[in-house]
Design a protein around this ligand. Structure first.
Ligand code: NAP
Ligand code: G4F
Length: 355
């Protein structure tokens, strides 16, 4: 039985990757941070195998990318065949507030992990979670040959992580691959990333629990895909004969404004009545336009995304409507708008930490 170690197992991608690897027969080990409250909400349902009800082959270990000894300890204890480095301070706006911390965890943390692999000398395969943010201000579409022009402390930290991964591959012969993934979303997406912030807000507005949605730049374009399809590429990349760097995206970009139109429109509302612009959500430097040219992934791994923009919005909307106890409007139906009376009784629920 193969053993995989996932850093960032409690995040969006970590949770989907765990499900995938368990279904492929792996024993999955995940690294989690110590927290004063539970931080395993996305993986709690995996403790039991959904197929047979038995205890899942998943174990959790305390560790942190900021601490070399914890990484050494986990790797020595697990002796994994594959390591997926998904842990990061992953929020671009937050990286402007915490640049040093982001550089330490997202950048140097990758070095600490690679160094632990080099020292233990095992024959492990390593996946690095690189990002389309590396391309920054480079003209779209972006592929593996597009030069990096990072535009935030997060992107600069990820550039370090990307290059140090290449360096350990070339210098020490470690089987190390980087997936340069464009934005991917799901109902498990963190609540302060823009897609989830929007779908949560639409559902809360419809439920009468929120009145307005405060946003930043609506003109930036992103290539949004569906997270479960993207974690499959991570796994397939490590099964390939040779290590490689690979761009993953849908090849279709939309503005934040279009996401708003689609999400509000899904429940029969006009976003312009609810959205307000708040300068606190603008970034010192913005990435305007990300669009993947992912033909190498198609040629190398036969990978093609199936879920496109409108379906993605619907999947996320349906999940957030359900969380609010509301029904999905479903195909072609015009909505729950009738239930939409009395919202004005509620105060705005603007969370100050919402980035
Ligand atoms: P996410 O939901 O923000 O999850 C990040 C994970 O990293 C969480 O499990 C978090 O733990 C963990 N973490 C944070 N700081 C840590 C530290 N110091 N030590 C150990 N673990 C730490 O991110 P995601 O969306 O799943 O993305 C996974 C990876 O892909 C990230 O590296 C991200 O930068 C990268 N990426 C994401 C996208 C995307 O669109 N989602 C695109 C390209 C690349 P807690 O739960 O305790 O916070
Ligand atoms: O959802 P976002 O915060 O994602 P961003 O910055 O593209 O980063 C995400 O994708 C990267 C891959 O390209 C990952 F590497 C990274 O870890 C993360 O997962 O913002 C998307 C766009 C930005 O242009 C932002 O300025 O939405 C714009 N936006 C407008 N109003 C907002 C808001 N973003 C957030 N988070 N909150 C707003 O209110």
């Amino acid at each position: 039985m193969k053993k995989a170690l996932i850093t960032g197992i409690s995040g969006q991608d970590g949770s989907y990757l765990t499900e995938l690897l368990l279904s492929e027969g792996y024993q999955v080990h995940g690294m989690i941070r110590r927290s004063s409250t539970f931080n395993t909400g996305r993986i709690d349902h995996i403790y039991r195998d959904p197929h047979n009800g038995e205890k899942a082959k998943m174990r959790l270990h305390y560790g942190d990318l900021a601490s070399s000894d914890s990484l050494q300890n986990v790797i020595s204890a697990v002796e994994p065949d594959e390591i997926y480095n998904l842990a990061a301070q992953s929020h671009v706006r937050v990286s402007f507030d915490m640049p040093e911390y982001t550089g330490d965890v997202t950048g140097l943390g990758t070095l600490r992990l690679l160094e632990a692999i080099r020292r233990t000398g095992g024959n492990v395969r390593f996946y690095q979670a690189s990002t389309s943010e590396l391309f920054g201000s480079a003209s779209p579409p972006q592929s593996e040959t597009t030069p990096f022009e990072p535009q935030s402390p997060y992107a600069v930290a990820k550039a370090y992580a990307h290059w140090i991964t290449n360096n350990y591959r070339d210098g020490y012969g470690i089987f190390a691959s980087s997936g340069i993934l464009f934005n991917h979303e799901s109902p498990r997406r963190g609540e302060t990333f823009v897609t989830r912030k929007i779908t949560r807000a639409v559902a809360a507005i419809l439920a009468g629990r929120q009145k307005h949605l405060y946003m930043g730049n609506l003109d930036s374009k992103r290539d949004w895909g569906y997270a479960p399809e993207y974690v499959e590429v991570m796994w397939r990349l490590l099964q390939h004969d040779e290590p490689a760097d690979l761009v993953i995206g849908t090849g279709e970009a939309h503005t934040v404004r279009e996401f708003l139109e689609e999400a509000f429109g899904y429940v029969g509302l006009d976003y312009q009545e609810y959205v307000r612009i708040d300068p606190q959500y603008f970034r010192p430097t913005e990435v305007d336009y990300l669009l993947a040219e992912a033909s190498k992934a198609r040629d190398l791994l036969g990978w093609e995304p199936k879920i496109r923009f409108k379906d993605l919005v619907r999947i996320m909307m349906d999940a957030d409507l359900e969380l609010q106890g509301l029904e999905s409007p479903g195909e072609g139906k015009c909505l729950l708008a009738e239930r939409f009376d009395g919202w004005h009784r509620w105060e705005d629920q603007v969370v100050s930490m919402d980035k």
